[in-house]
Design a binder for this molecule. Structure first.
Ligand code: ZN
Length: 201
């Protein structure tokens, strides 16, 4: 047991922290030690916040976001434009768009992408609720903000077909040169997409 540095309670804390995305065993040990050193300033409030989160987190029945309110804070916000609905794969994509502050409308979280190889079909995603969402709420434009991956694009085509009988505009995010990007470093697929998606200057 040469690798054991602490009692079972601390080992359990480290093991749980190591399961967080981006934290391996080494970072988990460092984080656990930091929490133990700052147990009044950080560990206690963190434990309280986690307890509250555990008891109150719900999935928004309207959009699929995670919040302590249902409908979520975004769906409740009267300043949001109800005619624009942004379709994302995951809650983390929703949060990324919110951080950028570029969406004035509301969202719909699919909960993943279609992936025949991984056995993910239409019934595994929030697709039926998307059609209800669009039809019921007076949505005029659906923005497909899915990843620029093969599965993401397959999903985008599927959603477009699914909504084709409704009188709405379906758009997708542009593909191309990232802000601050240098052409010489881009792959051919990105360059080709950027050329196809060129806009008037
Ligand atoms: Zn919501």
């Amino acid at each position: 047991m040469a690798d054991r540095v602490a009692g079972p309670e601390i080992e359990r804390l480290i093991q749980l922290l190591a399961r967080l995305p981006g934290l391996g065993p080494r970072s988990a040990r460092r984080a656990a030690l930091h929490l133990m050193r700052k147990r009044e300033d950080l560990l206690a409030p963190l434990a309280d916040a986690m307890r509250v989160a555990r008891d109150r987190i719900v999935t928004c029945s309207a959009c699929g976001n995670l919040d302590t309110l249902d409908p979520c804070t975004i769906c409740r916000d009267p300043r949001r434009d109800p005619t624009t609905l942004v379709v994302v794969e995951t809650v983390s994509d929703l949060w990324a768009l919110e951080r950028a502050g570029v969406v004035r409308g509301r969202y719909h979280v699919l909960g993943g992408v279609l992936s025949p190889l991984d056995g993910v079909g239409p019934d595994d995603l929030n697709l039926h609720t998307l059609v209800e969402h669009v039809a019921a709420d007076g949505v005029a434009e659906v923005v497909l903000a899915v990843n620029a991956t093969v599965d993401g694009q397959t999903t985008a085509h599927f959603v477009t077909d699914l909504l084709s009988h409704l009188d709405i505009k379906v758009t997708r995010l542009a593909h191309g040169v990232p802000v601050g990007g240098e052409l010489d470093y881009l792959d051919e697929g990105t360059l080709a997409a950027a050329m196809r998606s060129r806009t008037a200057f």
